[in-house]
Design a binder for this molecule. Structure first.
Ligand SMILES: *[C@@H]1O[C@H](CO)[C@@H](O)[C@H](O)[C@H]1NC(C)=O
Ligand SMILES: *[C@@H]1O[C@H](CO)[C@@H](O)[C@H](O)[C@H]1NC(C)=O
Ligand SMILES: *[C@@H]1O[C@H](CO)[C@@H](O)[C@H](O)[C@H]1NC(C)=O
Ligand SMILES: *[C@@H]1O[C@H](CO)[C@@H](O)[C@H](O)[C@H]1NC(C)=O
Ligand SMILES: *[C@@H]1O[C@H](CO)[C@@H](O)[C@H](O)[C@H]1NC(C)=O
Ligand SMILES: *[C@@H]1O[C@H](CO)[C@@H](O)[C@H](O)[C@H]1NC(C)=O
Ligand SMILES: *[C@@H]1O[C@H](CO)[C@@H](O)[C@H](O)[C@H]1NC(C)=O
Ligand SMILES: *[C@@H]1O[C@H](CO)[C@@H](O)[C@H](O)[C@H]1NC(C)=O
Ligand SMILES: *[C@@H]1O[C@H](CO)[C@@H](O)[C@H](O)[C@H]1NC(C)=O
Length: 868
């Protein structure tokens, strides 16, 4: 188990040696201070601990088995004393301890400010100008060297601009400081939050470099003329802001390839009327304080033409940024790159259309004329490449584009740090206002950024200019020159990187768009010095470790073949133990060592560790665990008990297999008194479990209700009857007196039920069919009965009269029907007889003739025959 070894920390090693520790004054002072704090803390803790239940004192340290794991846990310290017994060496430093102070390793977060120059608040323009004079020549020289390699005409170019070119390094005399402190050394423990204070102030008369990068395709011709006319005004306006202003000019068209520009030979020379040959990018005028020549340079730059709509602006941006020397960016200046166009842009991948596949390398490729030489060799850069370059060089790009392109450049600017976009009128007439406005916007706000890796979390807080409480923000706006803003950078290392080399990092915190930063030399306290060879007590193949391991920090780090506290076990032992009657099995009925929940090591069970440190397997044979007890709503033992060996041991006041029940039965007694669960159920878990009988089910919180039961009506009936009405089975006075002793009914005129009092209504009929009604209720266990004073008897009925009446009615109805029938038949008969009589009278047949006889001859007469 090779420990990560960091040989680059010898000073830290020495700290572990007790002797050196005491001699280091700063350490010992800190330590004595700590001892004082500790004693105060201890006394407080004793008081608190007395009141606190023992289970609250859970300790995350104790499970850490080596020094580096220990100190990577917050508030834990390691004891490296040699003979320390079986006590956990990793302990909470705030708790009482046995380990002598000189053996405790508990590194503290520490911050040392290495460079802390004062912010430049006063005007320093003169000093700066002087510094520039001194170093002005160096640029000239280097520019010459570079250019002579590529072209012979370099001399003329260099001579023209060299005098006005940039200073290479900030001269010591006039250094401007806008962020403080500049360098900090930080030692941080894992998960410990450290607050670092950073101040920012914008220096007065801070130098400004403005490079105007212009699209010179045909459509921009009028813009060019306008810019040329406005050149002087632009520099004048900017010079009012800073006396230290420099202006430069570059232009671009597109790659000279199909389909970006026409490659017909004639078109290559003159793509349009009054046009010059197309080109990728050209640096016409490096940044210079000689702003008078700007207008002229712009005027002289030739317009060219291309074919497709998007232009090769990205190539130009990349070159303008990458060619720091040729363009002449100063190291200490606000750098503005104004990008003006009326068209879209090509980006990485578009080069394939013209057969260019080599990716952009982000390097400078300018010849002595300031022409981009790799235009047709390399693809366009990607947005992220540009963003990276912009970040490295702290450049603020201002996209000055026409209305139609604004939305796309606005989106683009959100992907490029410190950039912004603004609308340019179609003839560039508002360019001066635009630059001024954007400059103000840029310089009036500050945003803090950093290049920390994933393991380091930096959060910024600031109250900006309000002076109030700090809020979480990395950006402040509305700043004026000289305003000082303070940021608090909250730094936290969330985990140790796997690679020990990453334990030391250099992190930069910088204001966006300014080439100044606070550099943090961060050392993550991920390992203990005592774990490195050469420290006191470090011993390889130590006899303390049975010659099978390295002794360090008071413990053994065994080699691959051995284990155990003193590396006394060898891997092969474990296998051997399988054959002999295993001491890792509870009896001969189990087939698995350590119940299958651990490994048998050196005849002892080493129980498995669970991912969750709360879950512990224990016992001589790993037969116990404390995580599989009964659960109630996913809470182990309902959180009212301890899980011991698979069973819940309930805290007092709780019971049940999952400790989910209150032991007290108080909640089962009806509030009005009376027996537990009204005698109709049993109290389980603090809740009444009601009986259900043949009569019905009891319900209610105290089983006091039973809508379907007859209740005690029957039981009470006889007594009510005898006591109230002197009737019923106990009619006899003596019986009544002896058998009815529990209650005396109270007479009421009318029985009414009050639901709230749980009164029950009983209604019965006595022998005389008289209804009697009473109600009862149990109040506080005492039966209260109210009965109606008078029974309600039905009126007597004359039964014989009814019977006779019914018989008479039936006979009468029958007679009536008979008479009606007789009447109807008589009438019918009369009518039939009358008709017969009439027919008989009418019959006129010969008495001698058979009325059925018909003559055999028939006589026919023609009605038309008139004569005889
Ligand atoms: C920085 O400023 C403080 C007070 O503003 C002053 O006491 C100190 O001397 C200054 N330090 C330097 C290096 O100028
Ligand atoms: C530009 O700076 C140079 C020195 O770097 C100086 O000689 C010259 O006078 C300055 N020109 C203007 C116009 O300020
Ligand atoms: C930023 O300034 C430092 C010196 O302060 C210099 O070394 C570095 O090159 C500058 N970076 C850029 C991109 O100009
Ligand atoms: C600018 O555009 C407007 C309409 O959008 C047009 O009327 C005007 O002539 C254009 N100006 C120039 C100089 O092209
Ligand atoms: C942050 O930037 C500084 C300066 O550029 C560099 O030295 C350092 O390595 C960077 N840190 C990380 C973590 O990238
Ligand atoms: C287990 O051990 C008991 C005595 O301890 C013995 O009587 C029994 O036969 C053994 N069973 C097996 C399967 O070995
Ligand atoms: C199991 O036991 C360990 C050690 O005693 C304890 O830290 C942990 O909280 C217990 N887990 C549960 C679920 O009780
Ligand atoms: C009804 O509840 C009582 C407790 O009040 C209990 O003694 C009895 O056994 C129960 N009867 C039935 C049938 O469950
Ligand atoms: C009333 O009580 C007497 C004596 O206590 C008993 O003999 C008799 O059976 C009882 N009557 C009824 C109806 O319970």
């Amino acid at each position: 188990m090779g420990l990560p070894q960091d040989t680059a920390t010898p000073p830290a090693h020495r700290k572990t040696q007790p002797t050196t520790m005491t001699t280091t004054t700063s350490t010992s002072r800190r330590r004595s201070h700590r001892v004082m704090c500790l004693s105060i803390l201890l006394s407080m803790l004793v008081v608190i601990a007395a009141e606190m239940p023992a289970k609250l004192q859970q300790n995350p340290c104790e499970s850490k088995i080596n020094c580096h794991e220990c100190i990577q846990t917050q508030s834990c310290a390691w004891c490296m004393k040699d003979d320390y017994g079986d006590r956990p060496r990793c302990f909470q430093h705030s708790s009482p301890q046995i380990c002598p102070e000189e053996f405790v390793w508990n590194p503290d977060t520490s911050e040392t400010i290495l460079i802390n120059k004062n912010l430049t608040l006063a005007k320093s323009a003169e000093a700066w100008a002087a510094g520039q004079f001194v170093s002005g020549g160096s640029y000239q020289r280097s520019y010459h060297q570079q250019s002579s390699a590529s072209s012979s005409s370099s001399a003329a170019y260099g001579a023209q601009y060299g005098g006005a070119a940039a200073a290479s390094a900030a001269a010591a005399a006039g250094e401007i400081v806008q962020i403080k402190p500049q360098r900090v050394n930080l030692k941080l423990r894992i998960n410990q939050i450290h607050n670092l204070h950073v101040s920012y102030s914008q220096a007065e008369d801070y130098p400004v470099d403005l490079y105007y990068l212009m699209d010179l395709s045909k459509s921009m011709e009028d813009d060019k003329e306008k810019l040329s006319a406005l050149g002087d005004k632009l520099s004048e306006t900017m010079k009012r802001i800073t006396s230290n202003f420099r202006l430069g000019f570059g232009s671009f068209v597109d790659k000279v390839l199909m389909p970006y520009v026409s490659t017909i030979p004639k078109k290559l020379e003159h793509p349009c009327d009054n046009c010059k040959a197309p080109y990728g990018y050209r640096n016409h005028m490096p940044l210079s304080n000689n702003t008078d020549i700007f207008s002229n340079e712009v005027k002289e730059a030739a317009v060219s033409g291309n074919l497709d709509a998007p232009e090769g602006g990205f190539d130009a941006i990349m070159q303008a940024i990458a060619c720091r020397q040729q363009v002449g960016w100063r190291e200490q200046a606000r750098r503005l790159l104004v990008f003006s166009t009326d068209a879209g842009f090509h980006y990485a991948g578009d080069g394939k259309l013209g057969g260019v596949i080599a990716p952009n390398d982000g390097e400078c490729h300018l010849n002595s004329q300031g022409m981009y030489t790799h235009s047709i060799i390399q693809d366009y850069p990607s947005i992220s490449q540009i963003n990276q370059k912009v970040k490295q060089n702290a450049i603020n790009i201002i996209f000055a584009v026409t209305q139609s392109q604004h939305s796309i450049y606005q989106k683009l600017s959100s992907h490029i740090e410190g950039s912004s976009s603004a609308i340019l009128s179609n003839d560039s007439s508002n360019v001066v206002d635009l630059v001024l406005q954007e400059y103000r916007k840029i310089s009036s706000s500050v945003e803090m950024k950093d290049n920390a890796t994933d393991e380091v979390k930096i959060t910024y807080f600031s109250s900006c200019l309000t002076g109030g409480a700090e809020i979480k923000t990395s950006k402040c706006g509305g700043l004026k020159v000289g305003d000082k803003v303070s940021f608090t950078a909250q730094i936290q290392v969330t985990k140790c990187p796997l690679n020990p080399r990453d334990w030391k990092q250099v992190i930069q915190i910088y204001p966006v768009g300014i080439n100044e930063s606070m550099v943090i030399d961060l050392e993550m306290l991920c390992s203990c010095p005592c774990e490195h060879p050469g420290s006191t007590g470090y011993e390889e193949h130590s006899t303390k470790c049975s010659n099978h391991g390295t002794y360090m920090c008071g413990i053994c780090e065994c080699d691959d073949q051995h284990f155990g506290n003193t590396c006394e076990c060898s891997n092969s032992d474990g296998h051997l133990s399988k054959d002999k009657p295993s001491s890792c099995r509870a009896d001969n009925t189990t087939l698995h060592d350590c119940n299958g929940l651990g490994t048998c090591l050196c005849g002892k069970c080493l129980c498995n560790k669970r991912d969750n440190p709360e879950e512990i397997i224990s016992g001589k044979f790993c037969e116990c665990e404390n995580f599989s007890c009964e659960r109630n709503k996913n809470d182990l033992c309902s959180n009212h008990g301890d899980c011991v060996c698979g069973r819940c041991i309930c805290h007092s006041g709780w019971e049940g297999s999952s400790c989910n029940c209150l032991s007290s039965k108080d909640t089962c007694y009806p509030p009005n008194g009376g027996p537990i669960c009204s005698d109709h159920g049993v109290c389980e878990c603090g809740v009444c479990k009601c009986n259900s009988t043949d009569e019905g089910r009891y319900s209610g919180r105290y089983c006091e209700k039973c809508p379907t039961c007859s209740g005690r009506c029957h039981e009470l009936k006889d007594c009510v009857q005898c006591q109230m009405y002197h009737t019923g089975v106990l009619k006899n006075e003596n019986d009544c007196a002896t058998n009815c002793t529990t209650f005396t009914p109270v007479g009421v005129e009318k029985v009414k039920i009050d639901e709230e009092l749980d009164e029950q209504l009983c209604v019965f009929f006595d022998e005389d069919d008289c209804k009697f009604t009473f109600k009862y209720a149990e109040v506080g266990g005492i039966l209260k009965v109210h009965a109606q004073e008078q029974t309600e008897c039905p009126p007597k009925i004359f039964m014989l009269g009814i019977v006779l009446g019914v018989i008479a009615a039936i006979v009468l109805v029958g007679l009536a029907i008979l008479m009606l029938w007789k009447l109807l038949t008589t009438i019918h008969d009369r009518r039939e007889f009358a008709r017969f009589e009439k027919e008989r009278m009418n019959a006129k047949w010969d008495t001698g003739e058979n009325p059925i006889y018909k003559q055999a001859t028939s006589t026919f007469k023609n009605p038309m025959y008139a004569g005889k």
